[in-house]
Write a protein that binds this ligand. Structure first.
Ligand SMILES: [Zn+2]
Length: 221
């Protein structure tokens, strides 16, 4: 009997999931969060409503984006780009930056810990960006989580004393940048951040932050 090469074996194992999904939901795409489907399933639509209600309950000012934003299941904008006392500062200039509601809610969860570390503003470039994952300078065939509005690339951080730390220049010598990354690493609301510390090849100049959908979170307790 001839052995099936490992990569092909993986495809064969995954194929039924890729084609059929589970429970009659639309198929799941590679690299996409557990529970995430396109078009959004009933479960996702219910989660969308719940997310927006929760933001309202926490007093986070947001506007729902009425038109469809490609592959964002719950598109919102934060009109002041603020979550509590945490600011999101767009390095590309003012504008509307659509994100999934789940990302705003995840920021709300880490805001107290970030403020405790003196983080005033996360200065970002890419947020929603309909593209595939890039690795080692090459574009892969997997859709990026930037495409579904769950990710943001932070290039600089402003602290309460007015210092602006630049990830590329200051990561090795500014302990507060590392402490900021640790806040996200410790939060169940985010996946492990990619930074110069753990991915210097592809993330030497920014920190990639990516919210988890509630369905993806590790069980608490
Ligand atoms: Zn990124």
């Amino acid at each position: 009997m001839r052995l099936v090469p490992p990569p092909l074996r993986l495809v064969l194992v995954l194929l039924p999931t890729l084609l059929v999904g589970s429970g009659g939901d639309p198929p799941r795409l590679p690299n996409m969060p557990r529970g995430w489907t396109w078009p959004p399933s009933e479960t996702m639509r219910a989660a969308s409503e719940h997310c927006k209600a929760t933001l309202e309950q926490f007093g986070v000012a947001y506007e729902a984006v009425p038109e469809e934003v490609l592959k964002i299941s719950t598109p919102i904008v934060l009109p002041r780009l603020e979550v509590g006392a945490l600011r999101l500062h767009p390095l590309r200039g003012p504008g509307r930056y659509p994100m999934d509601c789940a990302l705003a809610l995840a920021f709300h969860q880490v805001e107290p810990a970030l403020r405790e570390q003196g983080v005033r503003s996360l200065r970002f470039r890419a947020m929603h960006d309909y593209r595939n994952v890039r690795k080692r300078g090459r574009t892969t065939s997997m859709l990026s989580r930037h495409a579904i509005g769950l990710a943001v690339d932070v290039f600089e951080v402003e602290f309460d004393d007015g210092t602006i730390a630049v990830v590329k220049r200051d990561f090795a010598r500014e302990p507060r940048l590392k402490a900021m990354v640790d806040v996200f690493a410790a939060s169940a609301a985010f996946r492990d951040p990619l930074s110069p510390a753990n991915d210097p090849k592809d993330h030497d100049d920014h920190v990639h932050l990516e919210a988890r959908l509630p369905l993806e979170r590790p069980p608490s307790g």
